[in-house]
Design a protein around this ligand. Structure first.
Ligand SMILES: N[C@@H](CCC(=O)N[C@@H](CS)C(=O)NCC(=O)O)C(=O)O
Length: 291
């Protein structure tokens, strides 16, 4: 790999498989499956194929919130997709999400299974199906959807931009880190100003806009993303801090963030969830000694 200052792009881009990046083993310039693999199907109406990253956690929080409200029809099986091992390129997964990224959901509650991919689409699908966490009144619905889509458009600058160049790239490029740090601080300020005037992003009520945004920006605000808390001075965003703590206290959020989680304290890792009781009996601290 050429140093940033010495690099001139060639006329035609070529795939350098050994570029040294943290995800070099899974990044490809082509779509489609790499191998045949059926996805497992459990007993519940919803089959989730995911991993406990911020995008995956949005969906497990939503499902746990629906169950918390008593919607038994939101019961789900959460299957683990290990993206660092290429599970997202199995043929069964690609049939559910042609974009080969978690989270991917099969809604098997009706006569015909329905595939849903993209976390924002999954949140909307579930919100509309159960009539929860998405206001129906025109103005509040518009505000909620505006923040939901703000998150979908903004987080790639946080993760793929700032996080990648700050934490994962094989070389530290000042220009890239500076550009994305500025954008992420601007985004934190956007959130902070909104949360100064409103309890939640969409207004007075907790909605799918908060469910989508908290896993990314709540983690960032607590210094849990990319070890960048001090660099970005996240403690200064007081309203984001208040909102982050408020959402973190919700029981459904505490459960949702454990599902498909494969890092951190073993007591917080529930690799697969097939039953509400799994939170008590199947976390890694309880399984590992028995294995
Ligand atoms: N816009 C998508 C982004 C999903 C996404 O980037 N998923 C990542 C994990 S957080 C992934 O599956 N990466 C695997 C890969 O890129 O091969 C969504 O919100 O669902």
């Amino acid at each position: 790999m050429t140093n940033a200052a010495d690099y001139t792009p060639s006329k035609v881009w070529a795939w350098n498989k050994e570029n040294g990046g943290a995800f070099a083993n899974i990044n490809r310039p082509i779509a489609g499956p790499t191998h045949d693999k059926e996805l497992p199907v459990g007993k519940h109406p919803f089959q989730l194929y995911s991993l406990g990253t911020p995008n995956g956690v949005k969906v497990t929080i939503m499902l746990e919130e629906l169950l918390e409200l008593g919607h038994a029809g939101a019961e789900y099986d959460a299957w683990l997709i290990r993206i660092n091992q290429g599970d997202q390129f199995g043929s069964g997964f690609v049939e559910v999400n042609p974009n080969s990224k978690i989270p991917a959901l099969m809604d098997r509650s009706g006569a015909q299974p329905i595939r849903v991919f993209e976390s924002g689409a999954i949140l909307m699908h579930l919100a509309e199906k159960f009539g929860e966490f998405l206001p129906t009144e025109t103005a509040t619905r518009a505000e909620c959807l505006s923040w939901l889509f703000w998150q979908m458009g903004s987080a790639p600058f946080l993760g793929g931009g700032f996080g990648h160049f700050f934490a994962y790239a094989p070389i530290k490029i000042e220009y890239a880190i500076d550009r994305y740090a500025m954008e992420v601080k601007r985004q934190l300020d956007v959130l902070d100003r909104r949360l100064a005037e409103s309890e939640y992003l969409g207004g007075d009520a907790y909605t799918i806009a908060d469910i989508a945004t908290w896993p990314w920006y709540g983690a960032l605000a607590k210094g849990l993303a990319y070890d960048a808390g001090e660099f970005l001075q996240v403690q200064d965003y007081k309203n984001v801090q208040r909102w982050t703590d408020q959402i973190a206290a919700r029981p459904a959020v505490q459960r949702g963030r454990m599902v498909n989680r494969v890092t951190g304290d073993p007591a917080t890792q529930l690799h697969e969830r097939h039953d509400a009781a799994d939170f008590l009996t199947k976390t890694q601290d309880k399984l590992v000694p028995a294995e």
